[in-house]
Design a protein around this ligand. Structure first.
Ligand SMILES: Nc1ncnc2c1ncn2[C@@H]1O[C@H](COP(=O)(O)OP(=O)(O)OP(=O)(O)O)[C@@H](O)[C@H]1O
Ligand SMILES: [Mg+2]
Length: 369
């Protein structure tokens, strides 16, 4: 899979942009605040229907304009495809795939697959579980049909269950309907837990391999899915049963706090280097290496699941890595369509990145070099 053309109208600081990308490495360089990340963001929008920086689509529209458009043409296997996103200040965004209007974001996700990596993603390693759940959910929505749907349904049921818990404080009679919500929550939730578990086991092996190589065999990286539910067998039936039991057991604390305490919305991935938890014990450099290993394993996992390489978006990543890791990454991206942003191209030239297309970004315009 590769992107052929990026076409932007009134998107962020781009009035009108029409560029052709190369099948290999595409480098966008320029000073700060010129529009490099905006390019990556527009591709990410076409991939997931959302920006990686903001929830508000209105921020993406050029300040002096009422509407904006992103059009991405790409090749997937033997088919030429296009994604077209139209945003306006007054209406919901409209998304088209090959000219046909989509009714839900779920229909877009999984068409143009991307892996995004910026220094900001250190949050996945360093911060709370929200970032790690988001990490899993974005990948799995792209590669596992039905995952995104289950997640959206799960969150809807969760909200309804939480409302009921809240009301039950004043009127315990309504708890009679709780069984129905528990059943539905466990139904969608079990599917999510199983898919995440499978995913973490898979990338654990790939990430461990990668990490071992980057650290010259000194470090063993392990990942573990930390479920909020204890279950015996790894079967849908068993997990669902344990899930319902856990919900029933925690009902009084749930009512007291007006929130559901068990389920995928409370779960996490744990990272260990040589059996010590990374968040607590690893150095800054070890954490960066763990993130690099994780991102590489994300890409390999997506390739394995879809039998196609996703597009790699590297925003300001190279300047943060030391020479060894830069070399590792350059070697890794050789056959992958990659979009790189940086402020300085000189060190990239030293890394012998051949066959790349270089674009200079100046204040929302692009000059091909
Ligand atoms: N809705 C908008 N309309 C017009 N300009 C915008 C809009 N949103 C952001 N910008 C401008 O886009 C520029 C930022 O673009 P971007 O984040 O792509 O910069 P960058 O080249 O990646 O910079 P850095 O090297 O600092 O990361 C800023 O100058 C900002 O003012
Ligand atoms: Mg930037």
């Amino acid at each position: 899979m590769y992107i052929k053309r990026v076409n932007l109208n009134n998107y962020r600081n781009y009035k009108a942009l029409d560029i052709e990308l190369g099948e290999g490495i595409n480098i966008f360089y320029g000073q700060n605040a010129q529009g490099k990340t905006n390019i990556i963001e527009s591709v990410y929008m076409a991939s997931t229907g959302k920006s990686h920086r903001t929830q508000k689509d209105s921020e993406l529209i050029n300040w002096n304009s009422e509407d904006a458009r992103i059009k991405i043409d790409f090749q997937k296997e033997n088919d030429e495809k296009s994604i077209d996103i139209y945003m306006s200040r007054n209406i919901k965004k409209r998304i088209k795939l090959n000219g046909v209007r989509l009714s839900k974001i779920g229909e877009l996700i999984g068409n143009l697959n991307t892996v995004i990596f910026s220094p900001d993603h250190m949050k996945i390693i360093k911060e709370g579980p929200v970032e790690r759940r988001r990490f899993m959910d974005i990948i799995l929505s792209q590669v596992k049909p039905g995952y995104y749907y289950n997640l959206v349904q799960y969150l809807k049921v969760l909200e309804q269950r939480n409302n009921l818990l809240f009301e039950a404080r004043n009127n315990s009679n309504i708890l009679g309907t709780m069984d129905i919500w528990n059943e539905q929550l466990a139904d969608f939730g079990t599917k999510i837990i199983m898919t995440r578990n499978y995913f973490v086991n898979k990338i654990c092996n790939i990430a461990a391999d990668t990490h071992e190589k980057i650290s010259n065999g000194k470090e063993i990286l392990k990942l573990k899915y930390n479920s909020s539910i204890e279950y015996q067998a790894n079967s849908e039936r068993d997990i669902k049963k344990s899930f319902i039991n856990a919900l029933e057991k925690s009902i009084s604390i749930d009512i007291k706090r007006g929130a559901t305490h068990k389920g995928p919305h409370r779960e996490d991935i744990l990272f260990f280097i040589n059996d010590k938890e990374v968040k607590t014990y690893s150095s800054q450099g070890q954490q960066r290496t763990a993130l690099l290993s994780l991102k590489i394993s994300e890409l390999k996992y997506m390739e394995e699941e879809t039998e196609e390489l996703p597009i790699l978006l590297l925003d300001d990543v190279f300047s943060e890595l030391d020479n060894e890791r830069q070399k590792y990454l350059v070697n890794f991206i050789k056959n992958i369509q990659t979009v790189i942003t940086c402020t300085d191209v000189e060190y990239l030239e030293k890394l012998n990145i051949n066959d790349s297309r270089v674009f200079k970004v100046i204040g929302g315009t692009i000059v091909k070099e």
